[in-house]
Structure formats: structure tokens, C-alpha cells
Ligand binder design. Structure first.
Ligand SMILES: Cc1cc2nc3c(=O)[nH]c(=O)nc-3n(C[C@H](O)[C@H](O)[C@H](O)COP(=O)(O)OP(=O)(O)OC[C@H]3O[C@@H](n4cnc5c(N)ncnc54)[C@H](O)[C@@H]3O)c2cc1C
Length: 367
């Protein structure tokens, strides 16, 4: 291979940034760089990981057993709404829709926890006693109703990829660590057919970042998730949340998800998980359901469930844009803006999402 490239050296394309990975993270980062007039090339092999192609795209302002809001929720949500509405205007498509969520309490303990928390941060949710909830829905302890959003991640990523291709900024290439040379002036990446030179290389390749030698110890805890699309005789008026979510897509179609597994990290759907998800959905919404589509993917979750942004402690030209876990839809716009500000305006990254929150990842390169 070396001899061939010596005889006919590959064309060198010079750019500002090389992005590895064209899922939601890489595409949003590319778009953000474009809005700042920067040049970039995105290298992506779509089949290496599936998360963005199958994501449920729900932006849920309170999640988990403890009703946790997401980090820096006001700034993060403002960035998401601004970015998605700009994208909708730019491409003349609808990506984000507002929905309402009805979260049902699992027991009286959970209901009490809710009451102890609502006075502080969660004032936007309305308490619904058991008797005020429609008889179509099975529950015993009441619940809360609040506003949420549904991002059509699949359509957004497809649209951004088509645009990037038309702009000549997307290459269907697999990155491998051996192909990279770092120097004090630039980073050079050689692929089968081309050679790229840039100021920075940013790894936005989801959980597969762990296959890259420089990032193999990144504190990720990837979690496999499975998601169903089913046809149902009736659908609820709003998204139901009760361990699983049951999201109406139209008058007869529901999305049900999502499972979590930290073993067998692959994109293969399993029949047992499909049955379990349907059973959980029917516990609260007991109507006959027929499976239409069953997907699986691996969430690039950080060990502390927050995004990870920053430069490598040893290679300052190498950065990471990762850890979006189960909240890529809400976090990627804010984080893309933060990383571009970091490089272009020397603005420090917020401590909660900076790679340097782990001592082992602090180096002289970080601000
Ligand atoms: C079942 C399920 C349900 C989910 N539901 C929600 C939800 O409701 N709301 C929400 O906000 N989030 C949800 N998520 C999470 C969301 O999908 C992720 O946060 C987001 O998609 C992560 O995007 P990413 O670009 O970081 O990673 P990915 O989507 O994995 O993209 C990485 C890209 O890099 C490519 N790549 C990898 N290695 C290489 C290489 N060496 N060379 C070239 N290309 C490479 C991959 O092929 C892929 O195209 C869900 C995820 C799953 C699995």
C-alpha cells in the first residue's frame, strides 16, 4: 500500500476540521461549524453504529426514577430550540414537534418523591390524581403531565447528510488510527483514496470511539437499546411514560421503547426484548398491537451520563464530541456550539460537560 501511494500520491485536501462520525453528533457539529464559516470534512461509515438512525428522538425535561432534569436545562433547551428552528427554516422541513407527556407514578413512594421535588425545579408539571386520568389508561397512583418534544432524528440526519454530500464535505470512509499523523502545525489523515490535512480532528463517532487508540480509555459506558414501532387499534392522546414510553406517531401507530442493556453491545434486535416492551406498554395501554418495525442500537453513554467534550491531554489537535447517551436530541446543539466556541473563541467549556472533569484526562493542552 505504501509503495502505491508513493508512486501515485493521494490528493491532499486542506481544511480546518476533520470530523469522524456522521450520526447526529457529527452532523450537528458540522452544521455548527458551517454557521461560523469554517471549513470541514466529515468521514463516516454509516454501518459502524446505528444509534442516530433509530433514535426515538424524545426530549423529556424530567427523566429517571428521581425526576431528574437534564444538565444546565435552560441553556441546553434554548440552544436546541434555536438550532432546530433554524434548521427547519434552512431545509423547509419539520424536525421538532411539541408533545405532551403523561408520566404515571409506579407507586405511592414515587408520588411522594414527586411532591417533595415539585416545589423547587419541576413547577412546570401538573399533578393529576388517579381519578382525573382517562379510563383508557391503566394506573393506580395518578401521574403528572408536562410539555416535551419529539425530534425526527432519522429525517434530520438524512437531510444533513444529503446537504453535506452536496456541499462536498462528506466522505464515505472508515477512519482507522494508523492513518493519522500529528504535528505541531496540523493533523494529517490518509484514507484509501485521499489525504486530508486540518487544524483539528474531532471524534464524534459514538461508542465506536473506543476503537480509536487515543480514546480507547474514554469513560464511556455504552448501553444497547431496542425500540419498536407497532400498529395499534387505538392510540393514547399523549405520550405515556411508565418505565417505558408509548409515543403516538399518528392515529394508529405507536413507538415503544426503550430497553437498556450493558451486555452484548450490538445492533441486533432480540425477540425477547420486543415481547417485554409490548407487555410493558400493554400494562398501561391494553390494546392489541402488531409489530411493524424493531430496531436496536448502542447509546454512547458516559459513565456519569453527561456529554464529553474536550481535547486530548497528549494530542492538542485531537478532540472528542461524545457521551450523548440517551439525550443526544437535547444535548448536541448546545454542545456543538460550546465546542466551536472553545476552538474559535477560546471560551472555556462548562465543567459539567468537559472531558477534564476526569483527572486522568487533564493535560497541559486544556485551557
Ligand atoms: C434505542 C434507542 C433509543 C434512543 N432514544 C433516544 C431519545 O428518545 N432521545 C434522545 O435524545 N436520544 C435517544 N437515543 C440516543 C441517541 O440516539 C444518541 O444520543 C445519538 O444518536 C448519538 O449520536 P452520535 O452521533 O454520537 O452516535 P452514532 O449515532 O452512533 O453515530 C456515530 C457515527 O460514526 C460512524 N463511525 C463509527 N466509527 C467510525 C469510523 N471508524 N470511521 C467512520 N465512521 C465511523 C458510525 O457508523 C455512525 O454513523 C436513543 C438511542 C437508542 C439506541
Amino acid at each position: 500500500m505504501k509503495n502505491i501511494s508513493f508512486l501515485s500520491p493521494p490528493r491532499i485536501t486542506t481544511t480546518d476540521y476533520i470530523i469522524i462520525g456522521g450520526g447526529l453528533a457529527g452532523c450537528m457539529l458540522a452544521w455548527m461549524l458551517h454557521t461560523r464559516g469554517k471549513r470541514f470534512l466529515l468521514l463516516d461509515t454509516p454501518h459502524k453504529s446505528n444509534a442516530s438512525r433509530i433514535s426515538a428522538g424524545i426530549i423529556n425535561p424530567i427523566t429517571g426514577k428521581r425526576f431528574s432534569p437534564f444538565w444546565d436545562s435552560q441553556s441546553v433547551m434554548e440552544s436546541a430550540l434555536k438550532a432546530y428552528s433554524t434548521l427547519e427554516r434552512q431545509f423547509g422541513k419539520t424536525f421538532l414537534r411539541e408533545i405532551t407527556a403523561l408520566r404515571l407514578f409506579t407507586d405511592t413512594e414515587e408520588r411522594d418523591l414527586w411532591f417533595s421535588k415539585r416545589a423547587s425545579t419541576l413547577t412546570f408539571a401538573e399533578y393529576l390524581p388517579q381519578e382525573s386520568i382517562s379510563g383508557d389508561i391503566r394506573q393506580q397512583h395518578g401521574g403528572i403531565r408536562y410539555g416535551a418534544w419529539h425530534l425526527d432524528v432519522e429525517q434530520l440526519v438524512r437531510t444533513l447528510r444529503t446537504w453535506l454530500e452536496a456541499e462536498g464535505c462528506l466522505r464515505n470512509e472508515t477512519y482507522n488510527s494508523e492513518s493519522t499523523i500529528f504535528s505541531s502545525e496540523s493533523v494529517i489523515v490518509e484514507t484509501e483514496t485521499e489525504c486530508f490535512s486540518a487544524q483539528h480532528i474531532i471524534f464524534a463517532n459514538g461508542w465506536k470511539t473506543l476503537e480509536t487508540s487515543l480514546w480507547k480509555d474514554l469513560p464511556l459506558s455504552p448501553a444497547k437499546g431496542e425500540l419498536l414501532t407497532v400498529q395499534a387499534e387505538r392510540v393514547p392522546e399523549e405520550m405515556l411514560v411508565h418505565g417505558v414510553f408509548v409515543l403516538p406517531l399518528d392515529n394508529s401507530t405507536l413507538r415503544i421503547g426503550a430497553s437498556y442493556s450493558w451486555e452484548e453491545l450490538d445492533d441486533t434486535p432480540t425477540p425477547n426484548t420486543a415481547s417485554a416492551l409490548i407487555a410493558q406498554a400493554q400494562e398501561i395501554f391494553p390494546v392489541p398491537m402488531t409489530l411493524l418495525r424493531h430496531d436496536a442500537g448502542v447509546r454512547p453513554a458516559a459513565q456519569d451520563s453527561k456529554p464529553i467534550l474536550g481535547v486530548h491531554p497528549v494530542e492538542p489537535r485531537c478532540a472528542v464530541f461524545n457521551g450523548f447517551g440517551s439525550k443526544g436530541a437535547v444535548y448536541t446543539p448546545y454542545c456543538a456550539e460550546a465546542l466551536v466556541d472553545f476552538f474559535e473563541e477560546a471560551k472555556p467549556l462548562a465543567a459539567w460537560c468537559a472531558l477534564t472533569r476526569w483527572k486522568a484526562w487533564r493535560g497541559s493542552a486544556e485551557f
